[in-house]
Design a protein around this ligand. Structure first.
Ligand code: GLN
Length: 537
């Protein structure tokens, strides 16, 4: 729509966790609905190269892109809201920035120079931001800066924003997301923390153009006027972001506040057509008024932090809306499941999902739950480690291979039904070396998996090191566990199912990374459908 790419920065003030990711995704959604090509980038101030090596307790789920980047979970929101792909370039960390600069230094690219935060680190940050706008791939690039203004860690990012604002003029704006807390004792909304946050921002040389104010109560005109006056913004640039029932409400709330219009006006871009949010509204209406409800057990070991399974949770929301049936997730800690209590824990559920994971903790509980689902014909979906556990359970309890295991859990197992690939054995580094990103898979005609996809060639995203061990394949088939998805290039088993079970599916890949509001994932759609039917029995 426009010849020059525009850049929008989203920063945070006062506290973390105000929802910069959702605000960015909501703004992007509205601009997309107005006909603009938009992408979102996340800059993370930590020194890890990517979140792949972080414990999910630290940082929530690690989202994987088609091109195999292990990224911040906000990229999941971007893809789910926009239904467009992100890539390696959409998530930058301080670790990546420094690695590039240090590699250049070793190569001699800066010979004779002292390598410094300004200009070398800031130049690399700017290069990564501007790169997304190259070749007119996008009209607008929204860059979200992790952390809170004032943090030591994010200073080089803020300095880069200052420089870009200067260099790009009106092609660049800054949205600052802050908090307007409510003091119950006096019944007042307080603007001081926001004023202070903007002052800190000004000390770094950045005047935000728009303030999005998170609040538990509506902002009246007086409050807006006060914020505008003290923070040097127009009153129409003080945007209320009231607590919402669902993250999917936020684009409509932002539309009501005209965030998209204010942004376009500041960027000197035409407002384009009125955003058509009919489909989105439809989705929300169904989300809030389901005709039925089912309970599905999510069995994992990181359940204390729901963000660890963000994409799975969202996939159930999308598939629930599609089936007009709310999915209530019952979070079950795999370490707490024993053969004695499994029936009590699972008997009132309409299906179970055994989650991805790493390491041996909680694995026996997962296997016990899978045995219950298999024997009681309870709909089952196993994702990644969940599929591997299903394979181990079947080997032990149906094929009689006592002690069968994955070599990840037991290197000495007599039956390594899940094993590490030759290529993986050579890897000594842990970061970024798993089987990552999108791989093709051939779906066997006539299988339940084929019933799900309705086609034989699919592409799904992976994130694992261990694989189904094909030495045992014939034996599995003979006992009734069949491979219903095979990688055409490597022959690796990507999906397994059980013949005499209404719905028992294990997938080595992560379908949850591909579910979006506009396109819920077929596996989740089918799983919810089958579980719903099961609940009526
Ligand atoms: N730990 C298993 C592997 O590396 C499964 C990984 C996962 O569930 N994402 O193969």
């Amino acid at each position: 729509m426009s010849s020059t790419t525009r850049y929008v920065f989203v920063t945070g003030g006062v506290t973390s966790s105000l929802g910069k990711g959702i605000i960015s995704a909501s703004l992007a959604k509205l601009l997309q609905a107005r006909g603009y090509k938009v992408t979102i980038q996340k800059l993370d101030p930590y020194i890890n190269i990517d979140p792949g090596t972080l414990n999910p307790y630290e940082h929530g789920e690690c989202f994987v892109t088609n091109d195999g980047a292990e990224t911040d979970l906000d990229l999941g929101h971007y893809e789910r809201f926009l239904d467009t792909l992100t890539s390696k370039a959409n998530n930058v960390t301080t670790g990546k920035i420094y690695q590039t600069v240090i590699n250049k230094e070793r190569r001699g690219d800066y010979l004779g120079k002292t390598v410094q935060v300004i200009p070398h680190i800031t130049d690399e940050i700017k290069r990564r931001i501007l790169k997304l706008g190259q070749n007119d791939a996008f009209d607008i690039v929204i860059t979200e800066i992790g952390g809170t203004v004032g943090d030591i860690e994010s200073l080089p990012y803020i300095e880069s924003v200052r420089q870009l604002k200067w260099e790009l003029g009106s092609n660049c704006i800054v949205i600052h997301l802050t908090l307007i807390p409510y003091l119950a004792a006096t019944g007042e909304l307080k603007t001081k923390p926001t004023q202070h946050s903007v002052k800190t921002f000004l000390e770094y040389g950045v005047q935000p153009d728009i303030l999005v104010c998170r609040s538990e109560h509506p902002l009246n005109v007086d409050i807006r006027r006060k914020v505008a006056l003290f923070c040097n913004v127009n009153i129409n640039s003080v945007i209320e972001s009231i607590d919402a029932e669902s993250i999917y409400d936020v684009p409509l709330l932002m539309k009501k506040e005209q965030l998209d219009k204010v942004v376009l006006a500041k960027l000197k871009l035409p407002s384009g057509k009125e955003p058509d949010m009919t489909q989105w509204k439809d989705f929300l209406l169904k989300l809030k008024n389901p005709s039925s409800e089912i309970k599905i057990g999510l069995i994992g070991k990181y359940i204390e932090l729901k963000d660890a399974y963000k994409s799975i949770n969202e996939s159930f929301i999308h598939a629930g809306v599609f089936n007009d049936c709310k999915v209530k997730l019952e979070w079950i800690h795999s370490e707490h499941i024993t053969p004695e209590n499994v029936a009590e824990k699972l008997h009132n559920l309409s299906g179970i999902l055994v989650a991805p994971g790493f390491g041996h903790r909680g694995i026996e509980g997962k296997i016990t739950a899978i045995k219950y689902a298999r024997e009681n014909k309870l709909p089952f979906l196993g994702i990644c480690l969940g599929m591997q556990c299903a394979v181990i359970e079947f080997a032990r309890n149906v094929m009689g291979l006592s002690g069968a295991n994955s070599t990840e859990m037991d290197a000495q197992t007599p039956y390594p039904v899940i094993d590490i690939m030759e290529a993986q054995k050579q890897q000594t580094d842990k970061g970024g070396t798993m089987r990552l990103g999108e791989y093709p898979c051939n779906v066997t005609k006539g299988s339940k998996a084929f019933g799900v996809y309705g086609k034989t060639k699919i592409f799904e995203r992976h994130r694992h090191r261990y694989e189904f061990n094909n030495t045992f394949l014939k034996d599995f088939e003979a006992h009734g566990m069949i491979p219903s998805g095979i990688n055409p290039d490597t022959n690796l088993v990507e999906m397994v199912e059980i013949k005499d079970h209404p719905w028992f599916l294990g997938v080595q890949f992560h379908p949850e990374y591909k579910s979006t509001v506009a396109n819920p994932h077929p596996i989740f759609i089918k799983f919810v459908k089958v579980a719903h039917e099961f609940s009526k029995k």
